[in-house]
Design a binder for this molecule. Sequence first.
Ligand code: AMP
Length: 199
Amino acid sequence: MRLIMMGPPGAGKGTQAKFVAEHFGIPAISTGDIFRANVSEGTPLGVEAKRYMDAGQLVPDEVTINMVSDRLSEGDSADGFLLDGFPRTVPQAEWLGGVLHEKNHDLDAVLLLEAPDEVLMERMLARGRADDTTEAISRRLALYHSETTPLLEHYANVLVAINGVGPVEEVQQRALAALNSKLGSSDTSEGDPEQSASA
Ligand code: AMP
């Protein structure tokens, strides 16, 4: 099972990713979490990433891709994974597509958590993370719309969108229902050339 969790900052990707990954018995790989762990350990990667994170900018593709490449080479993701917060740009998606293609693997689904900007802004300000200042949040939302939403078209064949607004448990149930129906419906499309073209 290979899944991607997508959605704007503040949509609750991290919470839902952990739940969905546990449900399917696959590791949840969160680029934001890996960056934050590096920041708190003060590694060279963390020092570099922090500048971008605090400003609400994306860490450069090359740095991010190298990190994900290292993470995917750890054995636990050989049979499946859920990527949370990656890819976020077209070059990242192209790199991932190349990796999957090389291994003859397909993406099973891309789950999109949707929420209006006003709700996201409110949630992030309440969360109070180091990078949750009004200015950084605005920049992250703008970057999501300009850099990340173009990927939705790229993944159109495997995309399933749910409403991310509401109590966590309700969103969890929506996520599982949407994924199960998508995964069920894709059983019949195995070998569909369009499906592999989207991975
Ligand atoms: P997140 O926890 O997913 O909101 O990520 C926190 C921050 O880490 C983002 O605002 C970016 O600065 C950085 N980051 C996480 N994932 C990526 C990515 N795929 N590409 C570039 N930067 C990222």
